[in-house]
Design a protein around this ligand. Structure first.
Ligand code: NAG
Length: 276
C-alpha cells in the first residue's frame, strides 16, 4: 500500500512537471512591411492561465526584446503582446511593419508556477523582386542593349535569363546588386542583340527567379524600333541647323563687339588703363 502511494505520488509529480507544454512551429515567415505574429503557444494543466504566476520572455538574436510579468515591457513600439490572449495560452510576439532586420532567431520562454519552457522560432522576411524592362528601344541592324531591372528583393541571390520567343539568349550581363535603404537589393541585367526586321514580331522576355517567387517572374515585351529614317532626318537636318546657329551667333557676337568698341572710345584714358 505504501509502495503504491509512493508510486502514485511520483507519477503525479511527474505529470505535474510536464504540465506546461510549449507548442507551435519553429519557422515562420512574413512579407516585408506587413504586420506579423511570431508564434508561441503554451498549455497548462488547468486553464485559464493564472496571469499572476506567469512570466513571458522574448529574445531576438539572444537579446531580450520583450517581457511580461504583471505588465509588458518592450524595447520597440513595433513589438506588442496581448495580455488577454495570454489567458488562453497565446504568447505570440506581434511585430508591425516587418523589416529585413527583423529576420532571425526568436526565443520565447514561458515560466508558469515553478516550471519553465523555451521555444525557438526562426523568422524569415519575404521580399520577392519586382521586375521591369527599362531599355527596349532598338534600331534595326544596329547592336542594341535591352535592360531589365529587378528591385526590392531579399536575400541577394537572384537569377535573370533572357529569351527571344523560346530561344534563350546568351550575350547577357548581370550587374552587382545594389543595396537599398530598406536593406533589400536591386540589380540590372542586360542583353546585347542586333535586331532584324523579323524581330519586330518576336516576343522578348526577361525571366527572374528568386527564393521568394513561387514561380519565375517573366516580363514579355516587344522591341521598340526607333524609326531609322526619322533618326536619319534628324541627323541630316541637324548639321545645317548647327551651321546656321553658328553663323548667327558669330554675327551677333561681332556686332556686339563692334558696339562695345564704339563705347570704349568714349571711356576716359585713365579708367581704361585700370581696366586692362
Ligand atoms: C539600373 O539601370 C538604371 C538605368 O541605367 C539606373 O538608373 C539604375 O541605377 C540601375 N540600377 C542598379 C541597381 O544598378
Amino acid at each position: 500500500m505504501d509502495a503504491m502511494k509512493t508510486f502514485l505520488c511520483l507519477l503525479l509529480r511527474c505529470l505535474s512537471v510536464s504540465s506546461l507544454l510549449l507548442t507551435g512551429p519553429s519557422q515562420h515567415d512574413t512579407r516585408l512591411g506587413s504586420d506579423t505574429r511570431v508564434p508561441c503557444r503554451f498549455t497548462v494543466e488547468k486553464s485559464p492561465v493564472d496571469l499572476k504566476q506567469l512570466t513571458i520572455l522574448w529574445r531576438f538574436l539572444d537579446k531580450e526584446i520583450m517581457s511580461y510579468k504583471n505588465n509588458v515591457k518592450k524595447t520597440s513600439p513595433r513589438y506588442s503582446l496581448s495580455t488577454e490572449a495570454l489567458r488562453t495560452g497565446i504568447a505570440d510576439l506581434k511585430i508591425s511593419n516587418a523589416q529585413i532586420s527583423d529576420g532571425g532567431s526568436y526565443k520565447c520562454s514561458v515560466i508558469y508556477k515553478s516550471e519553465g519552457k523555451k521555444n525557438e522560432v526562426w523568422l524569415d522576411i519575404r521580399a520577392p523582386p519586382q521586375v521591369t524592362i527599362t531599355d527596349k528601344t532598338v534600331v534595326v541592324n544596329v547592336e542594341s542593349i535591352l535592360r531589365c531591372s529587378a528591385t526590392g528583393f531579399f536575400p541577394i541571390d537572384i537569377e535573370v535569363t533572357w529569351f527571344r520567343g523560346s530561344e534563350r539568349l546568351s550575350d547577357v550581363t548581370l550587374d552587382h546588386p545594389q543595396r537599398n535603404p530598406d536593406k533589400t537589393y536591386s540589380v540590372n541585367s542586360t542583353v546585347t542583340i542586333t535586331p532584324t526586321e523579323e524581330d519586330r514580331e518576336k516576343i522578348f522576355s526577361c525571366r527572374v527567379q528568386h527564393k521568394y517567387l513561387q514561380e519565375p517572374l517573366q516580363v514579355d515585351f516587344q522591341l521598340l524600333y526607333q524609326d531609322r529614317t526619322s533618326a536619319e532626318i534628324i541627323a541630316a537636318c541637324s548639321v545645317p541647323l548647327i551651321i546656321l546657329i553658328n553663323i548667327i551667333t558669330a554675327v551677333l557676337w561681332r556686332r556686339q563687339k563692334l558696339r562695345r568698341k564704339g563705347l570704349q572710345t568714349v571711356i576716359p584714358q585713365r579708367k581704361r588703363t585700370h581696366t586692362f
